[in-house]
Design a binder for this molecule. Structure first.
Ligand code: GDP
Length: 307
């Protein structure tokens, strides 16, 4: 457990039980087709999460690499894939919910709605279990983080991005991602990040940010600050290994002027994103989902029902 930061405030018994059983951690990825969602998720899992064939196991066409030409069905078709991974000795049942096709339609009015409904239906399922007499086996499929892929236009957020985030931010931890960051020059990435952040602030959109409190040690405070400074994470994904100048084979993308390495912190923010999601802030994202987002949904729901 060394180095697993998020556990300090977790009640002991629950903590031990969770370690034995492992945790559920559910992520949702949303964004237009072709922005690299599948590629990034595969890299996050280190191995292929989506089967190499063009089937996700549930009959829906999914693309990886060459199969990416498969056109997803019109509209938003939500599918989920899970795998067990081990991070710092802790078993994590990582589920990724994919909503392919978001923003692909000609008319994208209310494209956010089916995604909001999916997130809320997971809250409803949890609520129904909480209300049962025997609550020992609650399965928790609530979405702990939503990775929202922003197109690297260089021009800030588009109307569809703003609409989406404004409608979702009270229900899920939003993690904005600048997709395909290698298509912008480093200087453009910095400018684009500033524009995206300014838009997020201007529209009063809440996004997930690591924050420190008075109990954090200086190292944690510094880590939090370093991660927060990278938001929105500008990432590069690749399902290929390429030859670096020194001959090493690295996951990356090859250009005439050199190689962009996926797992090099100087080249893009993939490592910081992975650290935050699966190591340093896993617990915080789960807590925020349970204590703030779910709780406020539950309160609103019960009030509406007249309880
Ligand atoms: P999805 O539709 O969002 O799931 O996108 P995919 O992961 O299927 O990727 C679509 C295409 O973009 C594929 O040909 C990928 O190889 C490519 N791709 C994925 N990530 C990146 C990236 O970071 N940069 C660039 N230039 N291409 C990428």
């Amino acid at each position: 457990l060394n180095g697993y930061v998020g556990f300090s405030n977790y009640p002991n018994q629950q903590h031990r039980r969770s370690i034995k059983r492992g945790f559920n951690f559910t992520m949702m990825v949303v964004g237009e087709s072709g922005l690299g969602k599948t590629t990034l998720i595969n890299t996050l899992f280190e191995s292929k999460v989506y089967p190499a064939s063009d089937s996700a196991g549930d009959g829906s066409p999914r693309g990886t690499g060459a199969a990416a030409a498969v056109v997803p069905p019109a509209g938003v078709d939500i599918t989920s894939v899970s795998a067990d991974i081990v991070e710092s000795g802790v078993k994590l049942r990582l589920s990724v919910v994919d909503a392919p096709g978001f923003g692909d339609a000609i008319n994208n009015d209310e494209a956010w709605r089916p995604i909001l409904e999916n997130i809320e239906s997971r809250f409803d399922a949890y609520l129904a279990q909480e209300n049962r007499v025997n609550r020992s086996k609650i399965s928790d499929n609530r979405v702990n983080a939503l990775l929202y892929f922003i197109k690297p236009t260089g021009h800030g957020l588009r109307a569809i991005d703003i609409e989406f985030m404004k409608n979702l931010h009270t229900r899920v931890n939003l993690v904005p991602i600048i997709a395909r960051a290698d298509t912008l020059a480093p200087r453009e990435v910095e400018l684009f990040k500033a524009k995206v952040l300014a838009d997020i602030n201007y529209h009063g959109i809440q996004i997930f940010k690591p924050v420190s409190d008075q109990f954090d040690d200086p190292e944690t405070v510094a880590d939090n600050r370093a991660i927060a400074a990278k938001i929105p994470f500008a990432v590069v994904g690749s399902d290929r290994f390429v030859d670096r100048a020194d001959g090493a084979k690295v996951r990356g993308r090859s250009y005439p002027w050199g190689v962009i390495e996926v797992e090099n912190e100087d080249h893009n923010d993939f490592v910081a994103l992975r650290q935050m999601l699966l190591r340093t802030h896993t617990e915080e994202l789960r807590d925020e989902t349970d204590v703030a987002l779910y709780e406020s949904y539950r309160t609103q729901k019960l009030l509406a029902l007249g309880h």
